[in-house]
Design a protein around this ligand. Structure first.
Ligand SMILES: Cc1cc2nc3c(=O)[nH]c(=O)nc-3n(C[C@H](O)[C@H](O)[C@H](O)COP(=O)(O)OP(=O)(O)OC[C@H]3O[C@@H](n4cnc5c(N)ncnc54)[C@H](O)[C@@H]3O)c2cc1C
Length: 491
């Protein structure tokens, strides 16, 4: 039977922040390109749609996490519902809704150099029917982790625990934790949100961490600037633009300080925590990380709410390792036992590399780990595909926007050359280049990345072959990439 195939110029994988950004810029800058977004879930928003744990909110300020083209006008830190509302408005205002097909999970992608197109095998999540699409260019906006499937390490005797064990990514919406004793395992952004949110209703929350994390106790600090600007004008775009720039500059200065004077920044961050917890609290043990600030994302607390709930006695912290689960809780390697009715695991993600799609290039299975990344967005041997992976240290959207605009520029360049295929390849001068892991461990080392590093593309030691994490560098570099450079092969 002949397959029925719907064809588009560009297919965008995923209707999260990155997919919506790409759609916006394609519509604006490539008016003649046809495009479609395929989304496996039944709604837009990705991260902000699937996460339901108590207190879920952004970790970035929405002045930089929001889109450049749509002013954010509320408080800088936003709840998932507020972010979803903002994304919903963006979709509606730009008529992107008619371009999204929900419940369409791409499972295979096959590139043909002869036809210069991708064929996508898609499963409808409601009917399980298999259907096919084709496109000239694939924009991978699949995010970086598997939705609704958190990473929980396997601890001894977990099955002996009489209470409930839930991962924060798989949170049952109606989970009743009122007056219950909670053990929360983890200390990252999710823990910092969930612990104070649960503490307000629960009997007690114990935060169990293997090692300490850096936290910020104040929000972005631009509230006063917003207030002052609002006195001058009611032009939201103007205020948004200025505040956004101010935050970006503050972040740049802060990141530079983290690298140039890590010990000073470390002390400043820890002193803020000390101010709330007081002199008798064991800060050395629980809140003094061994890594340098910014080697992992610095976790934001809303005005120190995590520490205020510790100071109030509603939350206690254990820094220890798990020996095994018991019927009432967890036995720690130190010999102490902590008890609880519910164990919540905020222990990270499972990476979703290229949307867990099986890729074939001209009948050969793609082994992504054998490719070299071009600036963390394209891969050698993989034609007509761009991958959106945002910043670890800044708002994800900043990079999603840069790459969405790069896609439009690349497509226009291809039109001008009258070609339909682009691949990146190592130049003569790159052929002896030392190949390195995708991201250096000392640069950024969260567990979800380390677990899959062997499956990730390689990087090199020249700017073209590095996934750079510096927005200030990329904001000037990406828009001015020489598309006639030798590393681009067109056909
Ligand atoms: C709890 C939490 C809080 C966060 N807070 C921040 C923050 O404050 N600031 C920040 O910068 N970053 C934050 N992040 C990172 C966050 O994931 C990104 O900022 C951003 O939301 C990612 O957007 P995205 O569109 O790239 O990916 P996602 O939001 O992951 O969306 C990807 C979409 O692609 C779909 N998809 C994937 N594979 C397929 C397939 N094969 N077929 C069809 N569809 C597919 C998914 O269903 C999903 O809807 C946070 C992450 C988490 C988990």
């Amino acid at each position: 039977m002949k397959k029925e195939i719907e064809n588009f110029d560009v297919i965008i994988v995923g209707a999260g922040i990155a997919g919506i950004t790409t759609a916006y810029y394609l519509q604006k800058e490539r008016t003649k390109s046809s495009y479609l977004i395929l989304e496996s879930l039944d709604n837009y928003g990705g991260t902000w749609y699937t996460h339901k744990y108590p207190g879920i909110r952004s970790d970035s300020d929405l002045y930089t996490f929001g889109f450049e083209f749509k002013p954010w006008t509320s408080a800088p830190i936003a709840t998932a519902d507020e972010i979803l509302k903002y994304l919903g408005e963006t979709i509606k205002e730009n008529q992107i809704d008619e371009k999204i097909r929900y419940r369409h999970k791409i499972i295979e992608a096959e590139w043909s150099s002869k036809k210069k197109s991708w064929i996508l095998k898609v499963e409808r999540s409601d009917t399980k029917k298999i259907i096919y699409f084709s496109c000239n260019f694939l924009m991978m906006c699949q995010g970086y982790f598997r939705h609704n499937e958190g990473y929980t390490p396997k601890w001894k005797d977990m099955d002996k625990f009489k209470g409930k064990i839930v991962h924060t990514e798989e949170w049952p919406e109606n989970l009743d934790y009122k007056n219950k004793k909670i053990i929360l395992i983890g200390s990252g952004a999710t823990a910092a949100t969930t612990v104070p949110a649960m503490a307000s209703k629960a009997n007690h929350v114990t935060m169990l961490q293997r090692s300490p994390t850096f936290y910020r106790t104040s929000t972005v600090g631009t509230e006063e600037l917003v207030e002052r600007l609002n006195k001058f004008t009611d032009d939201e775009k103007w205020t948004y633009g200025i505040v956004r720039q101010q935050i970006l500059i503050n972040q740049e200065i802060f990141i530079r300080r983290c690298i140039e004077e890590p010990e000073v920044v470390k002390e400043e961050l820890i002193n803020e925590v000390k101010k709330i917890l007081g002199p008798d609290y064991d800060i050395e043990k629980h809140f003094t990380p061994s890594y340098r600030p910014w080697q992992q994302r610095i976790t934001l607390t809303t005005n120190g709410d995590l520490f205020k709930s510790i100071a109030s006695g509603k939350v206690s912290v254990f820094t220890d390792e798990i020996d095994k689960f018991t019927s009432n809780g967890i036995l720690l390697k130190s010999g102490s036992e902590i008890t609880g009715d519910i164990v919540a695991t905020a222990t990270g993600f499972n990476m979703n590399i290229l949307g867990d799609i099986q890729f074939t290039i001209d009948n050969k299975k793609l082994h992504l780990e054998e490719t070299v990344t071009y600036r963390g967005m394209m891969f050698t041997t993989v034609p007509n595909l761009l991958w959106v992976f945002g910043y670890f240290r800044g708002a994800w959207t900043l990079r999603a926007e840069l790459l969405a605009r790069f896609l439009s520029r690349l497509l226009t360049h291809m039109d001008n050359l009258d070609v339909k295929k682009v691949t990146v390849a190592l130049r003569e001068e790159d052929k002896k280049m030392k190949l390195l892991p995708w991201i250096a461990d000392e640069e950024f080392n969260p567990g979800y990345l380390s677990r899959v590093m062997a499956k990730m593309p390689k990087s090199g030691d020249k700017p073209e072959w590095v996934h750079n994490q510096n927005y200030w560098y990329e904001k000037d570099t990406i828009p001015t990439i020489n598309l006639d450079g030798e590393e681009f092969l067109y056909d």
